[in-house]
Design a protein around this ligand. Structure first.
Ligand SMILES: NC(=O)c1ccc[n+]([C@@H]2O[C@H](COP(=O)([O-])OP(=O)(O)OC[C@H]3O[C@@H](n4cnc5c(N)ncnc54)[C@H](OP(=O)(O)O)[C@@H]3O)[C@@H](O)[C@H]2O)c1
Length: 482
């Protein structure tokens, strides 16, 4: 059904996420004609701006990459004329009534579909939800309008707090209204995972314990926590990256084919898989924390702003996950995430078993396994490492890659994850959003280990800022040829 009128409220509109991601993504959708003609964007936050000041702030981050040749200034001005600001307090229902007055003065009467994007710290979530509920904003609409609320991770700290948050949110918003974002799922190459697996005949017959030796999912960043120390110290790398982004990637890689591509069956398939993942224990988990760089120029984690000097929060973790089902029995899924490492990379390596007989070995060739490598960032690419004969008079085998580099292969702009996800919210496509039972199953994988870590007995292994990570992480990976 096409949408005639749309009002998008960005709560926390002064913040980093709103300014750098959410509003620029809405501008990109506008430039490509995906927003209805009658749309309005409302910012709500405590910072005082007048309308012009708010629009100037938004304009700082808008780029006209989808409309080359058109007047960028004209496009920007036209978009900004749809943007409005309401200063208010997050816990005050009066602020939401002020917002409602503003919306009505801009839109006039008649039904308007609404999206509330919660671009606020998790500590403020419930205040906003309650104030919205008290103001009557959630229930006052006509029958033909809908209201959707978009929430960002973190969704709790463990299974119990996540369940409590879900229940509290449900007092105000139904599950149908709730869109829990994991922006990794909006990335082009992540969306390609299902296509790669299920639209190519060659993979599915091999996609099991008989042909796959191990799966490795790696996320590394060359920078420390910077200005995010206050947030990060309360969460750590497992909650920040592993329990959500990496586990979602694993679910898409390992789930059974869904019955169809509707949101229900896809999310059912992911939940089924996540419920089969055995909880991580300290026997198959390594944690680390960065110390100063060897040159002394980069600080130790515990010397970062807003981080406790006695903090034991992990900035690195590596885990060997096992999936207790017939397809994956015995196959290690190695997931690793770290900050302040020696590279920026996020990739998946699916290592196949080696060819079982030594036809070429009498030439002294060491056979290597085939690997399917999916690089999520930087520079999206898929490559398939296969054995080949090296050109020449001798029979020498080398492993080389069949490469698909997105930039070179597709002559198209790759949309930002937020563009894709916001369009899905507008269109009511829930496929890429996390359902509450999926969230619960994902927490179950990590909650026991998180509790053990927080009992205070586990000291993360130090690694130098800018290094390849703690030695124990390498040992864990090398157990499986990593
Ligand atoms: N930034 C990202 O790239 C990113 C990526 C993934 C997820 N997220 C998640 O998205 C949410 C928003 O992230 P963000 O980076 O935009 O956060 P942020 O900049 O720290 O906060 C957004 C806005 O919330 C208000 N705020 C900040 N701290 C507050 C506090 N203690 N009490 C009340 N209001 C406060 C501020 O607005 P006023 O002072 O004007 O009210 C601020 O501009 C968070 O849940 C974050 O975890 C962010």
């Amino acid at each position: 059904m096409s949408i005639k009128r749309l009002g998008i409220v960005v709560v926390g509109a002064s913040g980093d996420l709103a300014q750098r991601k959410v509003i620029p993504a809405l501008f990109a959708l506008y430039c490509q004609g995906y927003l209805p003609e009658d749309f309005q964007i409302y910012g709500l936050a405590r910072t005082p701006y007048d309308q012009e000041g708010f629009r100037r702030k938004i304009a700082e981050n808008l780029t006209c990459r989808y409309t080359p040749g058109e007047s960028c200034a004209g496009k920007t001005e036209a978009f900004l004329s749809h943007c409005h600001y309401c200063q208010g307090q997050y816990s005050s229902s009066d602020s939401f009534l002020d917002l409602f007055q503003l919306m009505r003065s801009v839109e006039g009467d008649g039904p308007v579909n609404r999206i509330f994007y919660m671009a606020i710290p998790p500590t403020v979530f419930m205040q906003v939800a309650s104030a919205m509920g008290d103001s009557g904003l959630v229930t006052c609409g006509d029958r033909e309008e809908w209201l959707r609320v978009v929430v960002e991770k973190p969704f709790g700290r463990d299974r119990a707090t996540s369940d409590a948050l879900v229940q509290e949110m449900h007092k105000v918003f139904t599950e149908e209204m709730t869109y829990r974002i994991d922006h990794y799922l909006g990335k082009e190459i992540i969306q390609n995972l299902m296509v790669l697996r299920f639209a190519n005949i060659i993979f599915e017959p091999l996609w099991n314990r008989h042909f796959i030796e191990s799966v490795r999912i790696r996320w590394a960043e060359p920078v420390g926590v910077g200005q995010r120390g206050g947030y990060f110290d309360g969460f750590g790398i497992i909650r920040d990256v592993m329990q959500n982004h990496l586990l979602q990637i694993m679910a898409l890689l390992a789930m059974d084919p869904p019955a169809n591509l509707e949101a229900g069956p896809v999310r059912d398939a992911k939940v089924k898989l996540l419920r089969d993942v055995l909880p991580v224990s300290m026997n198959n988990l390594v944690v680390g924390q960065y110390g100063p760089s060897e040159s002394g120029q980069q600080p130790a984690y515990v010397a970062e702003a807003m981080v406790s000097p006695r903090s034991r929060t992990p900035t690195y973790a590596a885990a060997e996950l096992r999936i207790n089902n017939p397809r994956w029995d015995g196959v290690p899924f190695l997931i690793e995430a770290g900050k302040a490492l020696d590279e920026r990379i996020n990739e998946v390596r699916i290592r196949f078993r080696k060819v079982p007989h030594g036809l070429f070995e009498r030439w002294g060739t060491v056979m290597q396994a085939n690997e399917l490598v999916i690089r999520i960032q930087p520079d999206e690419a898929i490559s398939f490492e296969i054995m080949n004969k090296a050109p020449g008079l001798d029979l020498e085998l080398i492993r080389t890659g069949l490469n698909l580099r997105y930039q070179a292969a597709f002559n198209a702009l790759i949309p930002d994850a937020y563009e894709c996800l916001l369009l899905d919210v507008i269109q009511g496509d829930r496929n890429l959003f996390i359902r509450s039972d999926e969230l619960a199953a994902a927490w179950d994988v990590f909650t026991p280990a998180l509790h053990q870590l927080e009992s205070g007995h586990v000291v993360p292994e130090r690694y130098p800022y800018g290094s390849s990570g703690p030695a124990a992480g390498k040992t864990l990976m090398s157990r499986h040829g990593g």
